[in-house]
Write a protein that binds this ligand. Structure first.
Ligand SMILES: Cc1cc2nc3c(=O)[nH]c(=O)nc-3n(C[C@H](O)[C@H](O)[C@H](O)COP(=O)(O)OP(=O)(O)OC[C@H]3O[C@@H](n4cnc5c(N)ncnc54)[C@H](O)[C@@H]3O)c2cc1C
Ligand code: FES
Ligand code: FES
Length: 493
């Protein structure tokens, strides 16, 4: 027996029957809250979406939509959650439910609670600005999200629904519902909740059914624990580990939660380095950097779905050691370094030296990634190319990060990161050499693209053939070049 509790829809509930590996979705449904549905149990469909109260900027709270099927319920100890049942009832529908009904945005209804939660997350987004109330100065027009065609006139960002699938209604009525949402009424309790601080992390240590779940109070306790228990598995957003638990039946004897550690949640912009805390979610990084690193600003919207980005962390993406993670190619191009922390202190490792083999890294079991450091100044020409079967919410077949400097028509520095073409993410060093010191023109780029085509050792799998992967590498450099030519013509016009 343990004393874990979570506030669901305003009511405190003991987490009866939970083990270290029970997902929030299973626990909610077993508790009778069957609004959240299971479609896939691997973060792909959004039928399970729920809202979690997370720390907002300026000390308030945000309602963040996440996949309940991936989050261990124990990670919610002391936290607040809202499910579709908590949004409204048949007698008193929530505005998102009302609009979905009016627009005909629900047929079988299986996906609807998940859509309602994702929509509510966007409905309560503090910086959602209706375009009518938006000062459309020239300065604002340039790259401003409010003018994005995927934003409604009410400022609703359709990408908020990128992690929700509907099998039978079709998306137009759902979009129509989203675009007619107004702003929360004065007596809206969830809106009012945003002005108070989010629940603080609650140190947790419980064991059930042979599995132990620990949320240490601080970084020092975490580092001592992973030093003393080499079999401990770290969990941050659980968007990767959760899939292993659900689909591959992974049951680690000790899970150590780190996503709420303050020491891993800072973002500092200095004169010669930007340091990003490993436990910041991808959505938080997107929002807090606000375009300061254009390469990441280009990458982040292409990373999974909003539901996954709301929970998945940058440290988790590097912690997997995966050769097809999206951040490594971009971070390699940015010349990033990792800060690895252990109870002996910290060490800094070049990301290029971090990966040693398929899902193998130099990180020792007693270490965790505390932060990612990106040196300044940034290269002037940067781009992220993700080649995947779908535009959004898909794993890359091939990904490339480019960071180049061109002065007086000559390439003065080139860093290219690759993913999906070898057992590890890697730098395209031969291509970098083929570019550096050469004129930035079509002849150089053609020659360098044929070198790029030969980088790595791409293999064929269900995502892409090795030939396709090689071809895409070379094409990406040609595409980058043509984009820079178009942009320079636009500037001189
Ligand atoms: C539907 C879906 C779509 C996805 N799409 C993409 C995509 O487009 N691109 C992409 O790159 N990935 C994608 N992913 C994978 C996943 O979301 C990312 O890898 C994410 O960044 C993992 O972060 P997390 O915090 O959830 O990691 P977790 O699942 O918590 O952890 C993952 C691994 O990293 C370790 N770890 C976590 N934090 C640290 C740390 N600070 N130090 C050391 N080790 C750590 C854990 O022990 C674990 O082994 C997708 C996943 C799903 C389910
Ligand atoms: S059940 Fe499909 S995303 Fe959770
Ligand atoms: S209404 Fe049936 S799946 Fe969306």
């Amino acid at each position: 027996m343990h004393d874990l509790v979570v506030t669901v829809n305003g009511r405190s509930r003991p987490m009866q029957g939970a083990t270290a590996h029970t997902t929030a979705l299973d626990w909610l449904r077993d508790s009778g809250l069957t609004g959240s549905k299971e479609g896939c149990a691997e973060g792909e469909c959004g039928a399970c979406a729920m809202l979690v109260a997370t720390p907002g900027e300026q000390g308030g709270t945000e309602w963040t939509a996440v996949n309940a099927c991936l989050v261990p319920v124990a990670a919610l100890n002391g936290q607040e959650v809202v499910t579709a049942e908590g949004l409204g009832s048949p007698d008193a529908l929530h505005p998102v439910q009302e609009k979905l009904a009016e627009a005909g945005g629900s047929q079988c209804g299986y996906c609807t609670p998940g859509f309602a939660c994702s929509m509510a997350g966007e409905y309560y987004r503090a910086d959602r600005v209706p375009s009518g109330e938006h000062a459309a100065t020239d300065e604002h027009d340039e790259g401003c999200s409010v003018h994005d065609p995927e934003h409604g006139p009410n400022g609703f960002d359709l990408h908020a629904l990128s992690g929700n699938l509907c099998r039978c209604t079709g998306y137009r009525p759902i979009r129509d519902a989203a675009y007619t949402l107004g702003t929360p009424a004065d007596d809206d309790e969830l809106a009012a909740r945003r002005s108070r601080p989010a629940p603080t992390p609650v140190p947790t240590d419980f064991e059930a059914d042979g599995g132990r779940f620990v949320r240490p109070a601080n970084l020092d306790d975490t580092l001592r624990l992973i030093r003393d228990e080499p079999s401990a598995v770290l969990v941050a957003g659980s968007t990767d580990l959760g899939v292993e638990v659900n689909i591959r039946g992974r049951r680690a004897p000790l899970v150590v939660a780190i996503e709420q550690l303050d020491e891993l949640r800072t973002l500092a912009i200095g004169d010669d380095v930007i340091e990003i805390g490993a436990a910041l979610s991808l959505s938080e990084i997107e929002r807090r950097l606000a375009g300061r690193i254009p390469l990441l600003a280009q990458l982040l919207p292409q990373f999974a779905s909003r539901l996954i980005r709301n929970r998945g962390t940058i440290g988790g993406n590097l912690g997997t050691g995966s050769p097809i993670g999206d951040t490594p190619p971009a971070l390699l191009a940015l010349g990033a370094r990792l800060v690895l922390a252990s109870s002996d202190g910290e060490r800094e490792v070049e990301l290029a030296d971090y990966f040693t083999g398929y899902r193998q890294t130099v990180r020792r079991p007693d270490e965790l990634i505390r932060a990612i450091r990106i040196p300044l100044p940034l290269a002037r020409i940067t781009a992220f190319h993700k080649i995947a079967k779908r535009r959004f919410d898909d794993i890359s077949s091939v990904a490339l990060g480019f960071a180049l400097d061109v002065e007086d028509g000559i390439v003065t520095s080139a860093r290219i990161g690759l993913g999906g073409v070898a057992a590890t993410p890697l730098r395209a060093t031969a291509t970098e050499a083929a570019l550096t010191g050469k004129p930035w023109n079509v002849a150089t780029v053609r020659a360098a693209s044929s070198v790029l085509r030969g980088e790595g050792t791409p293999m064929s799998d269900h995502r892409a053939s090795s030939e396709y992967r090689s071809l895409m590498l070379g094409n990406a450099l040609l595409k980058l070049y043509s984009q820079t030519v178009i942009e320079s013509k636009e500037v001189s016009a």
